[in-house]
Design a protein around this ligand. Sequence first.
Ligand SMILES: [Fe+2]
Length: 221
Amino acid sequence: MDNYAYLLIDKQTNISAVLDPSEAEPVIKECEKQNIKPVYILNTHHHFDHIEGNKEIKDKYNSKIVVSINDLNIIPSADIGLEEGDIFNLGNSKAHIISAEGHAVGHILWYFPSEKNLFTGDILFNLAVGGLFEGTAEQMWHSLQKIKKLPDDVLFYPGHEYAVYGLNSLYGPTGERYAAKVKERLSQGIPTAPFTLGEEKICNPYLSCSNYQEFYEKIIS
Ligand SMILES: [Fe+2]
């Protein structure tokens, strides 16, 4: 109902990937529509609602499953494990792997600096952050600080559609513009993502915290 899966295509080579397919059917339907044969399946973490489509897509397209090194023996049929600092080549597009603990052990972010795209899985959502299911508030804080250091004009793509739940946390002119954009996109039946990190740094109540204590009080309440 609220999961996002993403199709990534390197325009120079046409090499493509599916990121976090929670289910196979709608992904395969879109691949067929666009005549895409995903060479890779990329996962941000091992939770079922990000990997359930892996097997069927792999069986159909013989895709390689690329995951966090932590998840290599956890995610079924995973082929390649990556860790912080690794660079993954999707054709000529380069993804930098950023480790981001706090929600799931071994969670990674997929960051394409040249394309200015960041896939945040269940670490950062529009106006929210992931639950502390397999980590601590401190780990989540450190993960968010890594994201905060990335340029403001990077577009980020979250694992779920949660923006609507955060609308009442918005205030001020930037917040009002953010809320208007969310409402407009929802009324058109399109995803609220992507927003820029610059907008998120101001409007996300967790990402905007200036110190750990402020963040801790918010996340445990
Ligand atoms: Fe998750």
